[in-house]
Design a protein around this ligand. Structure first.
Ligand code: C5P
Length: 249
């Protein structure tokens, strides 16, 4: 099985080089931000415009949560959770994702799984288990990576780091619409409550907290359409005179 970047699905932890912009390294654009800020949609669109690979790092934490549920692993058993993260047998293809041969594209988007993902994401051994796997997505011609710590931990040398924010009400409404469009039942007040709890947990955890990298450019998408947000990222990339960026526009 292969992941979207064409790398093997099950990857051993094989080192901790931080790719992203060194000589000869594929270029990387990181898009970090709170839950439902539109990172995933924007990252996929930017990657398509540039003809690059995309990494949805949140999906790996969600897959870990789903794998725990399937295997009956509790949140207290950190070693077993980390082993589940390390041993994920997953296959990304377009907007679909398979785990152990099953299409889990919808299952990983459930709020219950997102909330569990946020809890396991606070465990250092789980983050370690997923680090090398994430870095293996960095391949030519380039990578757009979205998550919470793409610019701070996973790809600290990325040439362009975007921190995408939006107010919590706009984000809850967007998430509500997205879930309903996927046929998943959603309730706005409970989404808002869950999103605030998840934001707080992501921001306050000790390892790789949600924080803008010192050299990140912040985009507030509260009043921007997806197209406008995508264009804002592409404009930033072009303004860097970055290789491949200007030509792609
Ligand atoms: O982005 P998404 O909502 O799919 O991520 C699910 C959870 O995974 C987040 O709430 C966050 O706690 C965690 N996550 C993370 N680091 C990342 C991506 C996601 O901690 N790079």
């Amino acid at each position: 099985m292969t992941n979207l970047a064409g790398a093997p699905s099950v990857i051993a932890i094989d080192g901790s080089t931080a790719p992203g912009d060194g000589a000869g390294m594929p270029p990387v654009i990181t898009i970090d931000g709170p839950t439902a800020s539109g990172k995933g949609t924007v990252a996929a669109r930017v990657a398509r415009e540039l003809g690059w690979h995309v990494l949805d790092s949140g999906a790996l934490y969600r897959l870990t949560a789903l794998s725990m549920e399937k295997r009956g692993i509790g949140v207290d058993d950190v070693a077993a959770v980390a082993a589940a993260a390390r041993d994920l047998a997953v296959d990304f293809s377009g907007d679909r994702v398979w785990m152990d041969g099953d299409d889990v594209s919808v299952a990983i988007r459930q709020e219950r799984i997102g909330a569990l993902a946020s809890r396991v994401a606070a465990m250092p051994p789980v983050r370690d288990a997923l680090l090398a796997r994430q870095r293996r997505f960095c391949r030519l011609p380039g990578l757009v990576a979205d998550g919470r710590d793409m610019g701070t931990v996973v790809f600290p040398a990325a040439r362009l780091k975007v921190f995408l924010i939006a107010d919590v009400e706009s984000r809850a409404q967007r998430r509500c619409k997205q879930l309903k469009a996927k046929g998943i039942s959603a309730n706005l007040p409970s989404l808002l409550e869950d999103m605030r709890a998840r934001d707080a947990r992501d921001r306050s955890r000790e390892v790789a907290p949600l924080v803008a990298a010192a050299d990140a450019r912040t985009i507030d998408s509260s009043n921007l359409s997806v197209d406008e947000t995508v264009n804002a990222v592409l404009d930033l990339w072009s303004s860097l005179g970055a290789q491949g960026g200007a030509a792609a526009r």
